[in-house]
Write a protein that binds this ligand. Structure first.
Ligand code: 5AD
Ligand code: SF4
Length: 347
């Protein structure tokens, strides 16, 4: 750690502003990791408080019309045992989530055309009647569809940009358009969703500069939530031989996002737990304030494999919640009792 890196971290903590070059300096220097993580932890405490918000994650379909090169659910992967939950099952899982104490349910799935706007509106209205906040994560749709979801009760939407390097994005997500992804994110924001995005760290061909630009994009877009996850190669995808991401680099991208964006929601991601046995707790102590335990049951948990070795697939929904709650309490944090929306003021 040098005086230069210490000064950059201090500046980030007090002004929440850094330029690309300063971000690159911190991303390249492993010796500053601890001071970055500690500063991110203080910024999290200052704007978001001590509580960790739990969101109940329902992986409702692993069918996807897209073909992202990193993802196990890509349409050309014939080794996946595909499933989709019908409308009533989704509502009953959401009801269970509410009974387990979750204040938010997250409906996450591949881009599955079965879930037409009519079906989604029906599902959303019924879940909304349970009195929970609803987050959607089901990919690219038209503005009109997003509007219908919002009017039916969805509060938030997660759509990672994956990488702000347009050429890399379009290479790894064949057939998809980076500009359309940006269009989706803008529509979501304008329609009044809390808009979440995020990136993968350690994609083959991704540079440190590009990661710095991802962080600047999150701030510039004024994202309400940011999910950062390490890339983990999946044997049934074209990227099977690419190396796994560096865990500490992905934690650092997340911590720097906290330093620059201040008062947003940041999950400790399952991918972090998958490549490090204590990944989520490390993330919670380096800027994260949200955890999304899976509320799906056994059979389906094992089938939603974006990447191999996914943490906690063998647990029941109650076990996975209790395990993380125990750990959260042990590090002196509390469990959020409200829906955990983003505080209103932009920094
Ligand atoms: N490793 C890590 N994360 C992945 N995702 C998809 N495939 C992988 C992988 N191999 C992430 C993407 C997507 C999110 C739902 O899962 O970032 O947006
Ligand atoms: Fe489908 Fe999402 Fe996987 Fe891409 S990352 S293949 S859109 S589930």
């Amino acid at each position: 750690m040098t005086l230069l890196t210490e000064n950059i971290v201090a500046q980030a903590e007090s002004t929440h502003r850094l330029n690309e070059e300063e971000l690159v300096t911190l991303l390249q220097d492993d010796s500053c990791n601890d001071i970055v993580f500690q500063a991110a932890d203080r910024v999290r405490q200052k704007y978001m408080g001590n509580a960790v918000h739990l969101r109940g994650l329902i992986e409702f379909t692993n069918i996807c019309r897209q073909n992202c090169c990193y993802c196990g659910l890509r349409r050309e992967n014939s080794k996946v045992d595909r499933y989709r939950l019908d409308e009533d099952t989704i509502v009953s899982v959401a009801q269970k989530a509410q009974q387990y104490g979750y204040k938010t349910v997250v409906l996450q799935g591949g881009e599955d055309p079965y879930y037409t706007v009519e079906r989604m509106v029906y599902i959303l209205k019924r879940i909304k009647a349970l009195g929970v906040a609803i987050t959607l994560s089901l990919g690219e749709r038209s503005r009109d569809e997003y509007r219908a979801f919002k009017e039916a009760g969805a509060d938030r939407f997660l759509l990672r940009i994956e990488t702000t390097d347009q050429a890399l994005y379009e290479k790894l997500d064949p057939g998809m358009s980076w500009n359309n992804r940006i269009r989706c994110l803008k529509d979501l924001k304008e329609l009044g969703f809390e808009a979440g995005t995020g990136c993968l760290v350690g994609l083959p061909g991704q540079s440190i500069q590009s990661l710095a630009r991802d962080i600047l994009f999150f701030k510039e877009f004024n994202a309400d939530m940011i999910g950062v996850g390490p890339f983990i190669p999946n044997a049934d995808t074209p990227l099977k031989d690419a190396p796994s991401a560096n865990f500490w680099l992905s934690v650092k991208v997340m911590a720097l996002t906290r330093l620059l964006c201040g008062n947003i929601n940041i999950p400790a991601t399952t991918a972090m737990e998958t490549i490090h046995p204590n990944g989520r707790i490390i993330a919670l102590q380096a800027g994260a304030n949200v955890v999304m335990p899976n509320v799906s049951d056994g059979e389906y948990r094992k089938k939603y494999l974006l990447y191999p070795g996914k943490a906690m697939v063998d647990m029941t929904p109650v076990e996975s919640r209790d395990k993380i709650v125990d750990k959260i309490v042990t590090i002196g944090r509390t469990i959020g009792t409200d829906c955990g929306f983003r505080p209103q003021n932009r920094l």
